[in-house]
Ligand binder design. Structure first.
Ligand SMILES: Cc1cc2nc3c(=O)[nH]c(=O)nc-3n(C[C@H](O)[C@H](O)[C@H](O)COP(=O)(O)O)c2cc1C
Length: 468
C-alpha cells in the first residue's frame, strides 16, 4: 500500500493544511484523517469540517512533544512587545517545548491569532465564552494541561488583574484557575513600570510565588522611548522557563533568598548615603543558585547589572525596604545576605533640597538601620535552615568575621578584604574565607562567578548532610 507523509506534500498544500489544522485544534496528521474519513463516507470536506469531532484533540500533539521538553501555555498581552512573543514560540519549540497560546483582546491588535496559532500548530485561544473552546479544551483544561504559564508581554493591566484575582476574560480566568507555576515578562513604558500601583501589584505577585523575568533597560519598541520597561529578550525568557521546568540541579526543590548591592539612604530629594557595592557577587550567587535548580528571590539595591535569568528580582532602595522585602520573601530554605546594607540612615529626611547656609553645613543626625542578617538569623519561627552573611572588612578580616558569626547568630560568614588595594569592591574577582562554627576555610582568589558556584556546591552539600 502506498504511503504519504505530510512532509511529501507541496508547500502550498502544507500551508493550507497547517492553517486548517490550527483552526480546528488538531495536528496536521489528524486533520488529514478527518478529511479522508469524510471523503470515504462520501461527504465533502466542508461537511467534515463542521461535523467531525476532532479525532485527536490537540493535547495529543502537545503530549508527544511534551515528553521531550515540557508544555508551556503562553499568554500574550496587549503590548507592543507582543511581536517578540512569536519569536518566543519558536525559541521554546526549538527546545522541544510544546506551546499553546492565549491572546487577550488587546493582544489581537498587535499580533494575529492566526499567526500565533500557525506557529503553535494549534489554534490560539482568545475567548472565555467561546462554546467551541469550552466544549473542547476550555479554560480549566488550559489552566491544568501545562507545566508552566508564561505571560509575555505581561502588560500593566494583566499584572494588575493577576494581583487582584480578576477573571473577566480568558487570560485572567486561566491565570486564576491554575495551580501551575506562572512566569511573567513585564513590558511597558517606563512611567507605567515605575507607577506605584504597578510596583505594588508586582510585589504582591512575587509574594504569591509568581516568577518574574525582566524588564530590561534600553530602547523601547515605541520610537524615541527608552528606560526600564523593555520586555526581556525571547532567549532570556526561555532561560527563565528552563530554570523553572528543568529542576534537575543540586539545589532543585530549594527556595533561596539572596540580597545584593548597596542600599541608598536619602538625605533630601537629591542626596543620599550609599556605598561602593556593585552587586556583582550577590547577583552571581543568585544566578548560580537558579542554574542549580533553586527557586531564587533576589532582593537588590540600586545596581547597574542585568537581572539574572530565572530569578525573581525585587528592587529596593533603603535598608528598611530591604528588611520588609526579605520578610515578605520568607519562608526560604537558605538565605544569603550579600548586600552592603548601610549601617545608618538620616533620622529626618528633608522633603526639600537642603540649601547652603551661612551658619555652616547642616548637622545630619544618624540613626541605626535594622540589622537584617541578625534579625533573620535570630527568628524564633520561620528561620531559614541556613543563614549566610558576608563580612566586608578592611582590617583583621578573619578575626572580625568570627566575631560577626557569633554576634549575628548566622551559620556561615563569607569574609572578604575590601581594602581599596584588593580591588574586590566593584571588581570581578574575589578572595573569600568561609567562616563556620567548625573553622575557617580560605578559598583561592577567583572570579565572583566561581565563588558563587563554590558556595552553591557547599550549600547543596550542607543541605544533604542536614537531612541525614
Ligand atoms: C500602541 C499601544 C501600545 C501599548 N503598549 C503597551 C505596553 O507595552 N505595555 C502595557 O502594559 N500596555 C500597553 N498598552 C496598553 C494596553 O494595550 C491596555 O492597557 C490593554 O487594556 C491591555 O490589555 P491586556 O492586559 O488584557 O492585554 C498599549 C496600548 C497601545 C494603544
Amino acid at each position: 500500500m502506498a504511503s504519504l507523509t505530510v512532509r511529501q506534500l507541496d508547500d502550498r498544500l502544507k500551508q493550507l493544511l497547517r492553517l486548517r489544522a490550527a483552526r480546528h485544534g488538531r495536528s496536521m496528521e489528524d486533520e488529514i484523517r478527518v478529511i479522508l474519513r469524510a471523503a470515504a463516507q462520501g461527504g465533502s470536506h466542508k461537511a467534515a469540517e463542521h461535523a467531525a469531532p476532532p479525532v485527536s484533540p490537540s493535547p495529543r500533539v502537545s503530549s508527544a512533544v511534551a515528553a521531550a521538553g515540557g508544555r508551556v501555555l503562553l499568554v500574550i498581552g496587549g503590548g507592543i512587545a507582543a511581536y517578540k512573543s512569536l519569536d518566543l514560540i519558536r525559541r521554546l519549540q526549538d527546545r522541544g517545548t510544546s506551546v499553546r497560546c492565549i491572546l487577550t483582546p488587546a493582544a489581537q491588535h498587535f499580533v494575529m491569532p492566526l499567526a500565533a496559532g500557525a506557529l503553535c500548530g494549534e489554534r490560539a485561544y482568545t475567548d472565555l465564552f467561546d462554546p467551541q473552546s469550552e466544549f473542547d479544551v476550555g479554560h480549566i483544561r488550559l489552566a491544568r494541561d501545562t507545566d508552566l504559564i508564561v505571560v509575555a508581554p505581561a502588560t500593566a493591566d494583566l499584572i494588575a488583574k493577576l494581583a487582584g484575582g480578576h477573571a473577566d476574560d480568558l487570560a485572567s480566568a486561566v491565570l486564576l484557575a491554575t495551580a501551575k507555576p506562572i512566569l511573567i515578562a513585564p513590558a511597558m513604558n517606563r512611567q507605567m513600570w515605575a507607577a506605584k500601583a504597578t510596583q505594588r501589584n508586582l510585589a504582591q505577585l512575587v509574594a504569591d510565588g509568581v516568577r518574574v523575568v525582566g524588564p530590561n533597560a534600553g530602547e523601547m519598541a515605541e520610537r524615541g522611548e527608552a528606560g526600564v520597561g523593555r520586555m526581556a529578550e525571547p532567549l532570556e525568557i526561555v532561560a527563565a522557563v528552563e530554570a523553572i521546568t528543568c529542576k534537575t540541579g543540586v539545589l532543585s526543590g530549594t527556595r533561596m533568598l539572596v540580597t545584593s548591592g548597596p542600599t541608598s539612604e536619602p538625605i533630601d530629594p537629591v542626596r543620599f548615603i550609599a556605598n561602593r557595592s556593585s552587586g556583582k557577587q550577590g547577583h552571581a550567587i543568585a544566578a548560580a543558585a537558579a542554574a542549580a535548580g533553586a527557586e531564587v528571590v533576589l532582593i537588590s539595591g540600586p545596581v547597574n547589572l542585568p537581572d539574572p535569568s530565572g530569578v525573581t528580582v525585587v528592587r529596593i532602595e533603603t535598608a528598611q525596604q530591604m528588611l520588609a522585602a526579605v520578610e515578605q520573601a520568607l519562608p526560604v530554605d537558605v538565605a544569603v545576605f550579600a548586600a552592603a546594607v548601610a549601617d545608618w540612615r538620616v533620622e529626618r529626611v528633608s522633603s526639600r533640597k537642603i540649601k547652603k547656609q551661612r551658619g555652616g553645613p547642616p548637622k545630619l543626625e544618624l540613626v541605626e538601620n535594622p540589622d537584617i542578617l541578625s534579625t533573620v538569623a535570630h527568628r524564633k519561627s520561620g528561620r531559614p535552615r541556613l543563614v549566610i552573611g558576608f563580612a566586608a572588612e578592611t582590617d583583621d578580616v578573619i578575626a572580625n568575621a568570627k566575631a560577626k558569626l557569633k554576634k549575628k547568630g548566622c551559620d556561615w560568614i563569607l569574609a572578604n578584604d575590601v581594602s581599596p588595594a584588593t580591588g574586590i569592591m566593584g571588581g570581578d574577582a574575589n578572595t573569600v574565607h568561609l567562616v563556620t562554627a567548625s573553622g575557617v576555610e580560605s578559598w583561592p582568589p577567583q572570579a565572583k562567578d566561581g565563588v558563587a558556584r563554590t558556595l552553591v556546591e557547599r550549600i547543596a552539600a550542607a543541605l544533604v548532610e542536614a537531612k541525614k
